[in-house]
Design a protein around this ligand. Structure first.
Ligand code: HAM
Length: 412
């Protein structure tokens, strides 16, 4: 778990701001669900055989003896929220951003507190919604300045196809079962699909030779997937079919996808998503969505040379004071400028001019506005352009004209 501060925080802010702007273009609204939920909210959505639930959840008893957990992802809480609301929520487009928690072994790109930006598009359970969701995500990555990413897509088929897929895979794996790693020997019985994305080389070779999962699926599932792929082509979003893409959560059906980025090494998924059907007290909720790992987005931005410093907010003005009388008047000036929307700094200690000018330079202020007791007597200001070094003496009206953003005819 990490503290987040400058200079990285400038990138976090840019990433969040652009995400909000982009989601608004697609009609998504923000939802903020609690970080702590009853444990069963996650168990019933994510499935009790998933690794996240079995091994990675921060679950504990609260003082009332209730089992609660820090959210390991965002979908389950959003579904809990919309299931408790009216019918209009069943067709909502929602986004969220915030911390998630998984008790994983930390390594590059894997943290115990990490952050997701995610969306859930509820209702409208059809291939068009899936394709739009993937296309929006590609749009978002480009809005952040990323281009070196790939989109891998696959289908989990219909829930009714699951048994046929598992049986088909088992049959195809049977002759080479003994060559699988220990984990996959167990997975063969419990969760055969997970053999497909095993990271062990031997298992990878075996999985690569298997027929694609679509071979075992119904015509309806295959047709759905083809429609998604066709729509993505029409939207000019290049994707790669990856028949071995599984996704680690149980709620998926039909389309699943991951965005990968060359800079991320072993943990190369920058995001994951898919269509799902989640049962809430006997009531099926349909949706499609994705979540991006913000830490991984930042690693990708660094690799593509996007510099956080470019997004730092710099003050337009630094007010520099000399003498007792000017001090109070300058404080009034800084407040007036801020009330007019001009970012402005001034030291609260009375230090030398030199020290104050250094502070103005460190803050990378655009202008230093210098007023000492002598300027007070004359009713003027000395304005230094910190980029060109040019200095100018001005009275109050011309200073305001120069600095205020909404004064007509201002000189910049
Ligand atoms: P997920 O694949 O488990 O999907 O997580 C999404 C993304 O969160 C990953 O691709 C990764 O970038 C990031 N992530 C996950 N675990 C960690 C970690 N320990 N440290 C850093 N980053 C991490 C979900 O969570 C689904 N709820 C996505 C979804 C939404 N599907 C449908 N709707």
């Amino acid at each position: 778990m990490s503290d987040l501060s400058a200079p990285e925080i400038y990138l976090w802010q840019m990433v969040e701001t652009r995400a909000r702007e982009l989601f608004a273009l697609y009609g998504y609204e923000e939802v903020r669900t609690p970080v702590l939920e009853r444990t069963d909210v996650f168990v019933r959505s994510l499935g009790d055989t998933t690794e996240v639930v079995q091994k990675e959840m921060y679950a504990f008893e609260d003082r009332g003896g209730r089992s609660v957990a820090l959210r390991p992802e965002g979908t389950a809480g959003v579904i809990r929220f919309i299931a408790g609301g009216g019918p209009e929520l069943r067709r909502a487009r929602l986004y969220y951003m915030g911390p998630m928690f998984r008790a994983e072994r930390p390594q590059a790109g894997r943290k115990r507190q990490f952050h997701q930006i995610g969306v859930e598009h509820l209702g409208e359970a059809n291939p068009v919604a899936d394709a739009e969701c993937i296309a929006m995500q590609a749009h978002l990555l480009r809005a952040w300045g990323l281009s070196d990413f790939e989109i891998q897509v696959n289908t989990r088929g219909l829930p009714e196809d699951r048994k046929a897929v598992a049986d088909g895979l088992r049959k195809a794996l049977e002759p080479r079962r003994r060559e699988l790693c220990e984990d996959c020997q167990r997975r063969y019985e419990e969760n055969v699909l997970r053999i497909l994305d095993c990271k062990q080389e031997a298992c990878g070779r075996i999985a690569a030779a298997l027929p694609p999962v679509t071979d075992f699926m119904s015509a309806e599932a295959r047709d759905y997937f083809e429609q998604v792929l066709e729509l993505l082509e029409a939207l000019d979003v290049p994707v790669e079919r990856n028949p071995r893409l599984v996704r680690g959560l149980d709620y998926y059906m039909h389309t699943v996808w991951e965005f990968t980025h060359g800079a991320l090494g072993a943990q190369d998924a920058i995001s994951g998503g898919g269509r799902y059907r989640i049962d809430v007290d006997g009531d099926a909720v349909d949706g499609v969505g994705f979540a991006l790992g913000v830490e991984r987005v930042l690693m990708a931005l660094a690799a593509e040379g996007v510099d956080g410093d470019a997004f730092r907010e710099r003050p337009k003005v630094w007010v520099v004071t000399q003498g007792e009388r000017a001090f109070r008047e300058n404080l009034v000036l800084t407040m007036t400028l801020r009330h007019h929307g001009v970012a402005c700094g001034m030291e609260m200690e009375k230090r030398s001019m030199k020290a104050q000018m250094r502070a103005a330079g460190r803050a990378e202020a655009r202008y230093a506005v210098i007023r000492g007791d002598r300027e007070m007597d004359d009713g003027t200001f000395l304005v230094k352009d910190m980029e060109s070094g040019a200095q100018d003496t001005m009275d109050m009206p011309s200073l305001m004209e120069k600095l205020l953003p909404d004064v007509a005819g201002r000189v910049e």
